[in-house]
Design a protein around this ligand. Structure first.
Ligand code: ADP
Length: 626
C-alpha cells in the first residue's frame, strides 16, 4: 500500500531526527552545565573573596594599629632633655646611667623590646639593655636604613633581624635635635612575636611580606622568611647592606599558583593547610598593600567549602539533568508508543480497506451472479407461467372433456330412454292401449325428473355459496343424515357406529354440512364390495377450537393413483350412471367455506378414512341460548 510505505519512510526519517534532537539536547545540557559550573565557581570564589577582603581590612587595621602604638615613642623620647644631655656630653657617665635607667622604665612601660640612643656615627651611646650580655651599647648601627632616615631628619622605620639577638624586630627611629642640629638618633625596637600570635589566632592564613617579597610576619611559621618570588638583585644588595636578613636561609614560599579569577586579580594557589607542610589545599590568595610600611598583607582563604558547595550544586544539577532526561525519555517513549499506535492503526486500516476492497469485489461478483441468476429465474418463471397457463388451459379442456363425457352419458341415457318411451307411447296411443301409453309417459316423467335433479346438482356445484356460517349442532346434523340414508343403510345391512361427543357445535350451515356427511357416508357404503357387510365408524374429537369428524369404512380403500385426484370435479371410479364425480369436490369446497378442511387417507388396517375439520362454534350468550 502506498500509504503504509509513506508512513514507514516518515518513521525512518523521524528516528535519526529524534536522535539528533536528543544529541543536541545532551550537548546543550552539557554546555550549560559547564557554563553553569564556571559561573557558580566564579560567584562562590567572589563571595569568598569579599569575605576575605573584609578580613584583610581587619588585619590591615590591626597591624597598622599595632605599629601606630609604637610609632610616636622614638620622637617623644628624642625630645627628653636627658637624651640631649648625654649626646651633648658623651663623657658624662652619670647622665648616661641616668638615661639608661629611664630607658629601661620606658621600655617596660611601653612594651618595646629595646630602647637605645646612637650618635651621628651610628654608635650606640646608651641602651635600655645595657646590662644584658647582648647589649646594643657600643654597637654601631650606622648601616641600618632606619639610622640613615632618622639622621636625615625623618622617622626611620625598618624590619629586620637583630644583628646581635638574631630576633626579628621592627625599628622606629627619630632624630634627636639640638636646635637646628641633629645630635643623634633615638630608636625603639619592637618584638613582632605578639603581632604574630594575633595573626595565628586568625581562622585564615595571614602573613606580611615586605617590599622585596620576603615574608616577614606569618601566623603559620612555614611561610616565615620565605620569598613569594625570586629576590631582585638590587633588593638582595640592599638586604645585604642593611644586614636585614640572612639571605642564605631565605627559601621560596611553598605556594604555587594553580589558577585565577577575574583576569588574574584573584589568584588561586596551592599551599600547606597547616604547619606540618604535609597537607596542601587550594586557597584564594588575597593581598592588600600597606603603603606606609611598603608591605603587603596576604590572606589565604581555604576554598574547600567552595568546592563542597560546588559539588552540591553539581550533584543538584546532575539530579535536575537526570530528572529532565527521565522526563524527556518518558515523553519520548510515550510519543513513540503513540506513533506506533498510529502506525498499527494505519496498517489495520490499510488491511481493512484491502479487505473491504476484496469483499466489495466479491460482493459485486456475487451480485453479478445473483443478477444473472435472477434473470434466469425470471426467465424460468416466465416459462413456468407459460407452462402453467398452458397446463391450466389443458386442465380446463380435460375437465371440460371429462364433464362433457359424464354429462353426455348422464343425459344421453335418459334421452334415449325418453325417445324409446315416447315412441312406445305413440304406438300405444295409436293402438288405443292408453294404459300402456300412460305407463310409458309416466316413465318419461320420471326420467325428466331425474334429469332435472341432475341439472340441480350441477347448478349447486357451479354456484359459489354466499351463505353465512352459523352454529350447527353435530348431533342434529348426524341424526338427519342417517335418517335420510336410512333406506340405503338398511338395504345394505350396514353397521354404523358413532363414538365421541356428539353434543358439540360447529361453525357452518346445517344443510351443507348434511350434504357433506351424506356424501361421505354414501361413498363409504359404495366402497364396500358386495358380499361384505359395510361397517361405518363415525368418530368425533375436539382439539382446542377444532372439531374433527372422522368417517371410516371397511372397504378396499383408495387406490394410490386415485388419491391425488379424489377431490377433482368429475373424477369418479364408479360405473356409468352410478357417480358423477362431484360429491367430494363439492364437499371439499363446502368445508373450505366453513374455514375447515377435508382430508382423505387409507387406514392401515384397510378401508378409507375421511376427516372433516371444523371450527368450534363459540358458546352462546345466555340470551341467545334462550
Ligand atoms: P362419485 O361418488 O360420484 O364417484 P365422488 O366425488 O363422491 O364421486 O367420489 C369420487 C371417487 O372417489 C369415487 O369414484 C371413488 O373412486 C372414490 N371414493 C370416494 N369415497 C371412497 C371411499 N370411501 N372408499 C374408496 N374410494 C372412495
Amino acid at each position: 500500500m502506498p500509504k503504509t510505505a509513506k508512513t514507514d519512510s516518515v518513521t525512518a526519517r523521524a528516528l535519526p531526527r529524534t536522535a539528533l534532537v536528543i544529541g543536541l539536547l545532551a550537548a546543550l545540557l552539557a554546555a550549560s552545565s559547564v557554563v553553569g559550573y564556571r559561573a557558580m565557581a566564579r560567584t562562590f570564589h567572589l563571595e569568598l573573596a569579599r569575605d576575605g577582603y573584609e578580613a584583610l581590612d581587619l588585619y590591615g587595621e590591626m597591624t597598622r594599629g599595632w605599629l601606630n602604638r609604637y610609632r610616636m615613642l622614638a620622637p617623644i623620647y628624642a625630645r627628653d632633655p636627658r637624651v640631649l644631655a648625654v649626646l651633648r656630653d658623651p663623657s658624662d657617665a652619670a647622665a648616661r646611667d641616668d638615661l639608661q635607667a629611664e630607658m629601661e622604665i620606658w621600655n617596660v612601660a611601653s612594651g618595646t623590646s629595646v630602647t637605645y640612643l646612637m650618635n651621628m656615627t651610628g654608635m650606640t651611646v646608651a641602651a635600655s639593655n645595657e646590662s644584658d650580655s647582648d647589649s646594643f651599647k657600643g654597637m654601631n648601627y650606622g648601616f641600618r636604613p632606619y639610622f640613615r632616615e632618622a639622621a636625615e631628619g625623618r622617622l626611620g622605620r625598618f624590619f629586620g633581624l637583630g644583628t646581635r639577638t638574631r630576633q626579628r624586630g621592627y625599628y622606629f627611629a627619630a632624630p634627636v635635635r639640638d636646635g637646628d642640629r641633629t645630635l643623634g638618633v633615638m630608636t625603639v625596637k619592637i618584638e613582632v612575636d605578639a603581632l604574630e600570635r594575633d595573626l595565628r589566632l586568625s581562622p585564615y592564613q595571614v602573613f606580611l611580606s615586605d617590599g622585596s617579597g620576603v615574608v616577614i610576619l606569618s601566623g603559620n611559621p612555614i611561610f616565615r622568611l620565605t620569598t613569594l618570588a625570586p629576590i631582585d638583585p638590587e633588593d638582595a644588595l640592599r638586604i645585604a647592606t642593611a644586614r636585614q636578613f640572612d639571605l642564605s636561609v631565605i627559601t621560596p614560599a611553598p605556594i604555587t599558583q594553580i589558577g585565577s579569577w577575574l583576569d588574574n586579580q584573584l589568584p588561586v594557589v596551592r599551599a600547606p593547610t597547616d604547619r606540618s607542610e604535609v597537607q596542601t589545599g587550594a586557597f584564594l590568595h588575597l593581598t592588600e598593600p600597606m603603603m606606609a610600611e611598603g608591605w603587603t598583607l596576604h590572606l589565604l582563604m581555604d576554598t574547600t567549602e567552595v568546592h563542597h558547595r560546588l559539588w552540591y550544586m553539581v550533584l543538584l544539577l546532575l539530579a535536575c539533568g537526570l530528572a529532565i532526561c527521565a522526563t524527556a525519555t518518558v515523553i519520548w517513549q510515550r510519543r513513540q508508543r503513540l506513533l506506533e499506535h498510529l502506525r498499527v492503526r494505519e496498517r489495520m486500516q490499510a488491511v481493512l480497506e484491502q479487505r473491504v476492497l476484496e469483499r466489495t469485489h466479491d460482493l459485486s461478483a456475487v451480485n453479478q451472479k445473483l443478477r444473472s441468476e435472477v434473470g434466469e429465474r425470471r426467465a424460468a418463471e416466465a416459462s413456468l407461467r407459460q407452462s402453467q397457463s398452458e397446463l391450466i388451459q389443458a386442465g380446463k379442456l380435460a375437465a371440460l372433456g371429462q364433464m362433457s363425457a359424464a354429462l353426455t352419458h348422464e343425459f344421453n341415457q335418459p334421452l334415449t330412454a325418453i325417445r324409446t318411451y315416447a315412441e312406445n307411447a305413440a304406438a300405444f296411443v295409436d293402438a288405443g292401449a292408453t294404459e300402456k301409453a300412460r305407463e310409458n309417459l309416466t316413465r318419461i316423467q320420471r326420467l325428466t325428473e331425474r334429469m332435472a335433479q341432475l341439472s340441480r346438482h350441477l347448478t349447486r356445484f357451479a354456484r359459489r355459496s354466499q351463505d353465512t356460517v352459523e352454529r350447527v349442532s353435530l348431533r342434529d346434523t348426524l341424526n338427519e343424515t342417517l335418517a335420510l340414508l336410512q333406506g340405503r343403510l338398511e338395504r345394505a345391512d350396514a353397521k354404523v357406529t358413532i363414538t365421541g361427543n356428539q353434543d358439540l357445535w360447529v361453525l357452518g350451515g346445517q344443510v351443507r354440512l348434511q350434504h357433506v356427511m351424506m356424501n361421505l357416508v354414501g361413498n363409504a357404503l359404495d366402497a364396500v364390495p358386495e358380499g361384505r357387510r359395510p361397517e361405518i365408524d363415525i368418530d368425533i374429537t375436539q382439539d382446542r377450537d377444532q372439531i374433527m369428524l372422522v368417517v371410516q369404512d371397511n372397504g378396499d380403500g383408495i387406490a394410490p393413483e386415485v388419491l391425488p385426484r379424489i377431490f377433482d370435479p368429475f373424477f369418479t371410479t364408479k360405473d356409468v350412471g352410478k357417480g358423477l364425480g362431484l360429491g367430494l369436490s363439492i364437499s371439499f369446497n363446502i368445508v373450505k367455506d366453513f374455514e375447515g378442511a377435508l382430508r382423505a387417507e387409507n387406514r392401515p388396517e384397510g378401508g378409507a378414512r375421511f376427516t372433516v375439520s371444523l371450527q368450534t362454534a363459540p358458546a352462546l350468550t345466555q340470551d341467545a341460548a334462550e
